[in-house]
Design a protein around this ligand. Sequence first.
Ligand SMILES: Cc1ncc(COP(=O)(O)O)c(C=O)c1O
Length: 397
Amino acid sequence: MAEQFQYGDIFSANSIEASPGSVRHSKYDFAVAYPDPDTLPLNDLIDAVKSGFEREGKDLAYYSSPSGDPELRKLVAEKLSLERNMTVTADDMVLTSGSGEAIGIVIQALTDPGDVVLVEEFVYLGTLNQMRRYGADCVGIKCDDDGIIPEDLDSVITEQKAKGKKVKYLYTIPAFQNPMGWTMSLERRKQVLGITGKHGIPVFEDDCYADLRFSGENVTSFHSLDDTGRVIYVGSFSKIIAPGMRMGYLVAPKEVIARAWSFKSGGAVSQFTALTIAEFMKGNIDRHIEEQNESLIAKRDAMVAALGENFGSTVSWTVPDGGLYIWVKFPEGTDMATVQEDIFQDGVSYYNGSQFSASGEGSNYVRLCFGHPPVETIREGIAEFAKILDRRKVFPR
Ligand SMILES: Cc1ncc(COP(=O)(O)O)c(C=O)c1O
């Protein structure tokens, strides 16, 4: 074999070795954040492709607008105005490859190594990983059932400033938080805006679960409560259509978009996907979200009932009003991190709390996602989970 070229000397100083990771599934998979495959609107999407392409297919010969399909941006802006009370137009928005890309480019635009970035005490690990990748010093803020605790937010900011640290922004998932499941109350949102405003810190709102409401009153977005341009907003079609569509969006003041834009690679999002989603949005999206939520309610209820039947009183869990997750608390000192791989091999997967924590604490918590498996599999899987934990004597009953 010919001697292989060595890249070692020419890699940029910024590059790190990273792996895309592998997607592994156990028999009972409660780890992954997938929606319900049985309610994917496949026939409607096929119709949407057909009618969209008959009308506008020839436009695929062009590169689309750098911010992404103007029609889809307009439809998203209308949805956000109507449902999230946002004053927003197509021009305030960039379509991205899932909200993951939007989050990544905002982090790059705002974060220098060593900057303090505030997050909820347990938070979506994809964002946490991206923040760490760009050298952020992530600091968790304590939360309760209503969301971020204002007093803790204020004292953490004051403390960090006293240490001479630059606190760059607060990232929050205020609706059906991942992984804790709560929705931040209106009162709390106002308090959080007040405190961050006092300290001159922007709020980075990740609203990707807002449509997955099963019960309770809609709470307006952070974005709608601010008229000073201090809230940066991202959303996604991953949780309401499918993650495989890879379509999300960023809404931000023009100067933020311009900076974030400099980190966007590969140009605009796929016009094929944009056209399909735009066409789908025109007729079917509300009905689809309703159907999907009905299925998710049955799954949430099945998981809650199975936890009640199989776990003793030393374990507690949330019953979320929406979203995809149940957050389970085991007795203090239980280590659900060390046994995670063994339990995966036994057939049940979950993520443990320390994976969502900026400080690596919380291994007595687990996040269970009820979105993907059918109801019967949820029932069996939770019973199996309890048996495995007993067999392995993971916590005292
Ligand atoms: C809170 C949150 N934000 C963003 C994402 C990324 O989603 P996507 O890039 O598929 O839009 C996820 C995925 O699970 C999430 O939970």
